[in-house]
Design a protein around this ligand. Structure first.
Ligand code: GDP
Length: 480
């Protein structure tokens, strides 16, 4: 039968506060003794990634019994590692993705007609599979993560050997580190005259990425995406990490996962590329993806081939949703159309509520409230400054600040103007952006406003510190 908030929380191994907070964020005041409706359960399943057992079909009546909270070890089977490639523009990400795909037999058998679905799988000569995600950018990667959709096991950092570490390489490193996933460095364009892979290794040491021969544990692979050199070694390294990390999932339940991209096709209606993360997706399954829902009418792989099933780590294109979901939306299967519709509609309301909230989410003048409520342990800070000297000086000063037991955590400190990427990172990590002798341009300022990110501009270090201390005491003057 139905469960109360407290009973549900203990069943799924969450705290009562987690569940109440979820509803609170939708503007719904619940208490721990209130009974959850089936629809609310479904929403929680989508939010926290619970799945449903597949022994019998899921109905409104049995949703509580069918909830699968934790997989038993014996239910788990190996799944393909999910890999994202990141790096500076023109360092060869697209070429690497293409080369790896074209080297794959299954793909070439398909006649070379491929569709851009945001991800594909290759089969290594050992028979093992690897899933590559083509994230449109670092920001999309982190935005997805900030929404709880962890669609990457391993990051490949691509760095051109003739160019070395560039601004977006730095960004990629920040994003990969935030995601706390293993990093493999692919030093690309080693075929070019003037390529200096050793220099890249030394440069990356400054970012904490230390090659094995220098005593670190980061695999560096020297190669050429264009000449298809180093690809085999890259795949072997991915599979090696995959073996150690032992990525597993339970295929024997209703599928759940994440939307990679989606659009409206003139003749076929809403089309969504999705990644199955657990369970198995099948034709005719009723899917709820963000604010969209519908029964799967057709399913295709990256080679335009019709598929009937999609196991964990498999990217597929699905047809049949009633509207276009957003990239990064989570999906679950919910084989009850009425409930699916209600959950989808609740997602739309929730998104609206969240947008309202984020307008004021990370501002400095809220810090005192957070401290008073004992919620805040770290204040994340991004520093952008005119010189490396200023960056280091600010970092040093901030490290010494202790506001009522709250520590400052510099998640990015670099030279240069405040960029859109800084804002995205700030949003994803609830950080405040400090500009020291640098300013954001109008478009960055606009994005910060939209995302509710606080930008503070200064040119004297002690002003920064004074301001943070004032903020902690709740005595802040607005400056921007
Ligand atoms: P992306 O912006 O990171 O996706 O970079 P692209 O894959 O579009 O590559 C940018 C340019 O570098 C293109 O002209 C590629 O042909 C070239 N390129 C990529 N990889 C290599 C390589 O290994 N060697 C050489 N010589 N050129 C490469």
């Amino acid at each position: 039968g139905p469960l109360s908030v407290t009973e549900f929380a203990s069943k799924v191994g969450k705290s009562t506060a987690d569940i109440l907070k979820f509803f609170f964020n939708q503007g719904l005041m619940m208490n721990q003794n209130m009974m959850l409706s089936e629809e609310q359960m479904g929403e929680l399943a989508l939010e926290f990634g619970f799945d449903f057992k597949k022994e019998e079909s899921l109905t409104k009546e049995n949703i509580f019994e069918q909830l699968q909270v934790a997989d038993k070890p014996e239910d788990l089977v190996d799944r393909a590692p999910i890999v994202t490639i990141m790096g500076h523009v023109d360092h060869g990400k697209t070429t690497l993705l293409d080369s790896m795909r074209n080297a794959d037999v299954a793909a070439s058998e398909a006649g070379g007609i491929t569709q851009a679905i945001g991800a594909y799988q290759v089969v290594h000569s050992s028979g093992k599979k690897i899933t590559f995600i083509d994230t449109p950018g670092h920001e999309a990667f982190t935005e997805m993560r900030s929404r709880g959709a962890n669609a990457t096991d391993i990051v490949i950092l691509i760095v051109a050997a003739d160019d070395g570490v560039m601004p977006q390489t730095e960004e990629a490193i920040d994003h990969a580190k935030m995601a706390e996933v293993p990093i493999i460095v692919f030093v690309n364009k080693c075929d070019k005259p003037g390529a200096d892979p050793e220099k890249v290794k030394v440069e990356l040491m400054n970012y904490g990425l230390v090659a094995e021969e220098y005593g670190g544990d980061i695999p560096f692979i020297l190669g050429s995406a264009k000449e298809k050199q180093g690809l085999e070694e890259l795949q072997e390294t991915i599979l090696f990490i995959s073996e150690i990390k032992d990525y597993r999932a339970n295929p024997n339940k209703f599928a759940s996962g994440v939307v990679l991209e989606a659009h409206l096709d003139k003749s076929r209606g809403p089309v969504a590329s999705i990644l199955v993360q657990s369970g198995t997706l099948e034709m005719r399954d009723m899917v709820v993806a963000g604010g969209a829902f519908g029964a799967i009418k057709n399913m295709e792989n990256e080679n335009h081939k019709k598929v009937l099933k999609a196991e964990p780590s498999r990217p597929v294109v699905i047809f049949g949703l009633n509207s276009v979901p957003n990239a990064g939306d989570k999906f679950i299967v919910m084989n009850d159309e009425k409930m699916a519709r209600q959950i989808a509609e609740a997602q739309i309301d929730k998104k609206r509520a969240a947008e309202q909230q984020s307008k004021q989410a990370f501002t400095l003048d809220q810090i005192k409230n957070h401290i008073d409520q004992g919620e805040l342990k770290n204040i994340n800070v991004i520093i952008k400054a005119d010189t490396q000297g200023s960056v280091e000086a600010l970092k040093g000063s901030l490290a010494k600040i202790d506001i009522a037991g709250v520590k400052l955590n510099v998640i990015r400190g670099s030279v240069g103007a405040i960029s859109n990427s800084d804002i995205t990172l700030a949003m994803a990590s609830s950080a405040i952006v400090y500009g020291f002798n640098v300013r954001p341009d109008a478009s960055v300022r606009r994005k910060a406003e939209e995302d509710g990110v606080d930008i503070r501009l200064h040119n004297i270090i002690y002003k920064v510190i004074e301001e943070l201390e004032d903020a902690a005491k709740g005595m802040l003057d607005p400056i921007i």
